[in-house]
Ligand binder design. Structure first.
Ligand SMILES: CC(C)(COP(=O)(O)OP(=O)(O)OC[C@H]1O[C@@H](n2cnc3c(N)ncnc32)[C@H](O)[C@@H]1OP(=O)(O)O)[C@@H](O)C(=O)NCCC(=O)NCCS
Length: 173
């Protein structure tokens, strides 16, 4: 099935599709952790077409869409300059902002493929070192990032509405 699926760089015209897959995958993965009003506030800020449109216009930011043969969007990733609260952050540090594969498509190496694509782009842009923020309870994703050479270097609080999630900061030099 993976062979019938393509990973492509998103363009400005993909803002709506990114908002849809971003909202759907965040909600199916983490939606149960938040009161409805916090989730709604977060989705409006992070996954509205306007928010994605702004991000896609930033020349230092890139996003990728995973598409199935029938046109369904199966996942996405985005990356760019690091925005994590790292003490003495290096001036050319990069970050994987998001990596999500829709539940129906997980476990088939798509996440690894998407992650490899995003990391190769970050490296080609000259970003170094690379960082990822990941929820402390997301052991599956932490295993995946560990296989790609990321190790824990810090922690912070990630806001979702009024709630604050305990996140780990991972780094690869
Ligand atoms: C993390 C994720 C992108 C991996 O995509 P995938 O196509 O399933 O990954 P692959 O098939 O390439 O690799 C499988 C690995 O992904 C991780 N993984 C699998 N299911 C997962 C899940 N539900 N949540 C988090 N990580 C998962 C594990 O490390 C797994 O390896 P393992 O079976 O040896 O433990 C995908 O599972 C996902 O979107 N999860 C929910 C959202 C998420 O946690 N995103 C990361 C936020 S920082």
């Amino acid at each position: 099935m993976t062979n019938a699926i393509t990973v492509r760089r998103a363009t400005i015209g993909d803002a709506f599709r990114l908002g849809e897959i971003g909202g759907a995958t965040f909600t199916e993965t983490f939606g149960h952790m938040y009161p409805a009003e916090d989730l709604t506030e977060f989705l409006r800020g992070a996954h509205s077409p306007e928010a994605w449109s702004r991000r896609l216009q930033d020349p230092h930011v890139a996003a990728w869409l995973v598409e199935a043969a029938d046109g369904a969007v199966a996942g996405y990733a985005s990356a760019g300059p690091c925005k994590l609260p790292v003490p003495d952050l290096e001036s050319n540090a990069g970050e994987l902002f998001q990596l999500y594969v829709h539940r129906d498509f997980q476990g088939g190496q798509l996440g690894s493929r998407l992650l490899g694509t995003a990391l190769a782009w970050l490296e080609a842009q000259g970003f170094d070192p690379l960082y990822i923020g990941v929820w402390s309870g997301n052991l599956g994703a932490q295993r995946l990032y560990g296989r790609f050479g990321f190790t824990r270097c810090g922690e912070y609080e990630f806001p979702v509405g009024a709630q604050r999630d305990h996140e780990f900061i991972l780094r690869r030099a």
